[in-house]
Design a protein around this ligand. Sequence first.
Ligand SMILES: Nc1ncnc2c1ncn2[C@@H]1O[C@H](COP(=O)(O)OP(=O)(O)OP(=O)(O)O)[C@@H](O)[C@H]1O
Length: 935
Amino acid sequence: MLVHAAWPAFTISIIHGIQSKAQIYNDPSIDSYDQSDGTDRNFPPCPYAYGAFGGGKVVYHSDRKAPLPVKGTIPRVATEVVFPAEADREPIKAFLRIRPDIGGDGSERTPYLESISDTAVRMIDPARDDPRGHSSIPRFRLSAAPISSIYTFTYVFPPTAQQPEFFAKTTLPLVRGLLDGEDGLLFAYGVTNSGKTYTMQGGSQESSAGILPRAIDVLFNSIDGLQGNSKYRPARLNGIELSDASSIFSRGPSLDNFTLPTQQPVLSDVFAEHFGRTAASEVDHDPTTLKVDRNYEYSIWVSYAEVYNERIYDLLTNVEDEGSGPSRSQPITLTRKALSLKPAPPIDNLDVDGPVGKYISGLTHVRVDSAKEAKKLVKLGQLHRRVFGTLANSQSSRSHGIVTIKLLRKHRGEKDEPSSYVTSRLTLIDLAGSERSKNTQTSGERLKEAGNINKSLMVLGQCIEVMRANQKRIAQSLGTSESQRSDTRDVKKSLAVVPFRHSKLTEILMNYFTGEGRVTMIININPYDTGFDENSNVMKFAALAREVSTSAPTQRVPPPGRAKIPASGSTRRIGSHHRKVVLSASGRGGRKTSETQLDVVEGKDVFAQDEDIEDQTDEEPLNGLVEALFDEIERLRLQLFDSEMRSAVIEAETRKEVMREMEERIREMEKRFARRLMNEVELNETRMDAKIDMLHRSGLMGKTPSKVAHSPRKSGGRHDRVWNSEASRMSEGGVSSEGDHVNDTTALRSHSASPLAGRAKTLKKDIHVAVPAGHSYPGSHTEDQTMMEAIDPTSSPLSSLEEEESDEMEDEGSDIAKAESDEPDEWYPASSQPPSTMTITRNESLPHLQQAPSPIFEKDVKAGRARARPSVEKMSVSELADELGGLDLAIEKPRQRAIGRPTRQSTKMSAAEEEEDSIIIVQNVKGAGQKKKKR
Ligand SMILES: Nc1ncnc2c1ncn2[C@@H]1O[C@H](COP(=O)(O)OP(=O)(O)OP(=O)(O)O)[C@@H](O)[C@H]1O
């Protein structure tokens, strides 16, 4: 409401507009409506509510005698008043044009946008793709835009689309409308370098003429031979005025009226260069001809304005230089005037009630009699745009270029008076790049310029958003069900005010959105070297705009009588703004030939006309608060950019650091695993040795040490040496017959056969204690100690080694370690019956071991060289061999597993099996397949 109070004139006019429409609904003659015909019910379009809604025919009935209907009741009435059908409202058309890759480096780049149909595209954030090709892994993104989105358009033009095809689909219908007396607006929206200017003007190659020169061609083709010689010219928005003979731009061909600044060397260089060169596209001629009513005579007028830094300038006026220096080194002062916007008088547009929009006061309209002239004029405007531009020698457009083609039409049979003329206009706008200031690396004057570009485009987006919301609300109030329906008059009163007045651009465009006219939007996208975020914003803008409808134009009829408006008046200067522009001219081959500094004086309301001065209400400054808010938005935007940059830097550094740490840890893990693998291999070998020892001791101890010693696998090994020394000791002392029934503790130690025994030290001890009682081995463990080592898995060297490894892995938080620890630690198959407690039964013989003669000594036994113990004799050699085979297998298993992935399971399984073979274990069976957790 604060905002409303700030713009009384504007708000009042808006309210007035709404009221004037509302009067229709309040009119007792239109007191009810009927839906009995089954058509969709719709209110006529209200230009101030900016409401377009639904489709279908609207039929209002009238009965003057009947009272105003109570909300919700729909009495049937007699008289029928037909308002513009819903079909007369049409949504803004949005065409997408994808720019081809013109990188020039020959490398094929993949666009982040792909067409999925003629009307839809999918946009996928390239940042989603990991540089290593893991596209499914999303990287950290700063962007708030969704990773992948689908956008729909009226039509999508692929990069291969050619200019003629593009023109025919997008602009030709608007040209058709212009010839029929309808208004049309087309604007190109997109970030810098996306192809807006190429689309509008064209390129330098053959057949690359843009939609503007093609539209001019089609117009002149169509009215060929029907051009009139009128004394009137277009004025304001849709009005006409008498041409003033004194006005240099009153008649065409007006190009002759322009003087090139030949006195200024640099300017003349630039102008000559520009005018002297003819691009291939300029000779293009679109042959399309549209059918027109040949009973009319036509005249075409062209104007070219630019909105730069929230000021409007005429690009079709002579460049005026004041006090330019005598030499090239001194800056040339160029002056140009900023034009003001004025509300168009109702007489200019009788199609709508109340104010219909604003026009650029004092804008030059030049009559053109041929396509060639018109194109030259546009070229001149382009040149002025360049000369006055901030980036004078850049191809980038930092202003919004607005070309308006007006067509005056008069029936041949009518008198040459204002009331006989109908004006229609087609406005083509090449908007400045929509990217944010961060990409333009601007500062000072350019920052302001970028801020103003942002502002005007932002306001355009806001207007579209508000219009869309208003239209939605009106559509809802006309809901199909009784419960949804509400009084549209109330809804319209509460509609939000569309902020057209917040920028010059939207003020100029206002009439197209609120009055009649077709609006076409071209979205230019460069999916190769333009930011994803920027293009996402462009796409969102297009998606919003597509939901807005405008009043379809109706063919205008001449007004009953036009007020005579004076052609021109005196001028006066109000204010000015100085700006420095460096201009350089380049010779052939793009070589810079001359450069000079221009002092551009941009007057605010310079040379305002008398009539304008009288009507200064329009130029009241905007509410200070609104301006301050815009400044604040810009400041916050810059702050946001700064913090985004800082975050990006921090993120990059953090990533690097984390990467370094990870690499370091992976290297350490590799080393640790290699070490562990080696340990496993060594352990397995040692375990094998222990097995062989056991076998010898159980059967043929002392008889064939040399055979074992000569085993090729173990020859010369550490174990052999131990074995030999033990064998010799045993042969010296002899093995007592009691040796068959060894002391239980001794048996436990010597046959514990745990893989832990594989450790050489332990093995030595075991072997040593196997000697008859009374012999001791220096430094040996006590029997009890050894027993505890044998039965306690945690005290074994292997277990401690595993513990150590496991702890290391867990400490590292390694996935591998976790995965391993998550696996069942020890699964005992049903047959193995896991021991829940293990007790050693003392004073029992070990028949199994005693009866197992080694196949290694089988030959000796047979040959009588070795004497088997009595108990051994009871067992056949083949039975023993079977047993051994089983033992071998039990040993082999963990060896194989150790190579793949050493686990505690494999080690303990083998240990358990060995224990079964070597000692008698009383097992308390808990159940088959029971999982024994290590921790
Ligand atoms: N469809 C196309 N085919 C071939 N070249 C193209 C096409 N669209 C654009 N280009 C080329 O891409 C470049 C940039 O295009 P253009 O100048 O039209 O971008 P822009 O959006 O107008 O940029 P700015 O907003 O800075 O003015 C130009 O060299 C132009 O010739």
